[in-house]
Design a protein around this ligand. Structure first.
Ligand code: TA6
Length: 311
């Protein structure tokens, strides 16, 4: 099997590698020392950073705009999370439950992943399998043994699975999310369905609990954690004349967030223009009362698939 690589990439030789078509995959390293994988197959283009197992870009060939939003001000530096794409929140979502000195959304998104396998699937999609490394920073924040494996399948749809295996002798609880930034024509021309009649905690109202009564529309900052929901969610984008369907497994929480202008302009890695109008986060998660308990030796998988259709 011949690989196309322009930089040294950590391959784990114990996994057999399937065929990688030469024009599909490139391995690159930037001037900051971050490693990336660029994928071009007959269905889509994509770009991943090995830091955080971070899917930065995905654009199926049947749609004219990228599906994921990526900040022009993002800092592509070791140890800093990338603003946009699909940041991983793991092994907690939001603030750490007991130690406020630890970073928001856990440490997976700033931890290097190694490449376990990259291959072309029978349907022509490209599958990338990554495993999170055990850095000192990671070990300091989570000492008991586990493995974290991310599988990404790139084609006219995008499928992501995050598998957590408990290698300890006692159960452990964790929170997690695919904190996905979707690229939209204009947030005020977006409607989100699938969360009607679902209980939420509103972060902007000190986690006030309510029940969503109708489809979501956006005219100001919005930050709600929808709990105990396994439903698909659909982002209807009137401006781009498309809809994005999120189908999930192993998730009981969906988070919806737009910072709006004021908060976006306070964030160092968000442009001070109207870029915030072109993103909405719809996050496939397990958070709040939906934390996951994993018994010794067991594996929990968080999975989502994104499908883009014309409106
Ligand atoms: O998922 C929504 C949220 O928790 C918001 O409250 C906001 O903090 C957002 O995540 C961004 O978090 P980050 O740490 O990536 O800046």
């Amino acid at each position: 099997m011949k690989r196309t690589q322009t930089a040294e990439v950590n391959f784990d030789s114990k996994y057999p590698s399937t065929h990688v078509a030469e024009d599909d995959v490139r391995f690159i390293k930037d001037e900051n020392g971050l490693d990336y994988i660029e994928i071009e197959n007959r269905f889509a283009t994509a770009k991943l950073a090995l830091q955080g197992g971070h899917v930065m870009l995905w654009q199926p060939k049947h749609t004219s705009e990228p599906v994921l939003w990526l900040s022009k001000q993002s800092r592509f530096e070791p140890g800093r999370s990338i603003r946009g794409g699909i940041p991983l929140c793991w092994p907690w979502f939001g603030a750490h439950p007991t130690d406020s000195s630890l970073c928001m959304h856990g440490f997976a998104r700033v931890t290097p992943f190694t490449v376990i396998d990259v291959g072309q699937m029978n349907n022509g999609y490209t599958r990338v399998i990554l495993q999170m490394t055990k850095t000192e920073n990671a070990q300091r924040q989570l000492s008991y043994p586990y493995t974290l494996v991310l599988t990404i399948e790139i084609g006219s749809t995008l499928s992501i699975k995050l598998a957590t295996t408990n290698r300890a002798s006692q159960p452990f609880f964790m929170g997690e999310a695919f904190h996905t930034y979707f690229n939209v024509g204009d947030i005020e021309a977006v409607t989100i369905t699938g969360l009607e009649q679902t209980e939420y905690a509103d972060k902007l109202l000190d986690y006030f609990r309510g029940t969503e009564e109708k489809e979501l529309t956006f005219h100001n900052e919005f930050d709600r954690v929808y709990v105990s929901t396994k439903s698909d969610v659909v982002i209807h984008d009137e401006k781009y004349k498309r809809k994005i369907t999120l189908s999930k497994r192993g998730s009981n929480t969906t988070v919806v967030w737009t910072p709006w202008e004021k908060k976006a302009h306070q964030m160092a890695d968000m442009p001070k223009d109207d870029s915030w109008r072109h993103m909405v986060c719809v996050e496939t998660a397990n958070a709040m009362e939906n934390l996951v308990m994993i018994n010794p030796g067991y594996t929990h998988v968080l999975a989502v698939e994104y499908v883009v259709d014309e409106l």
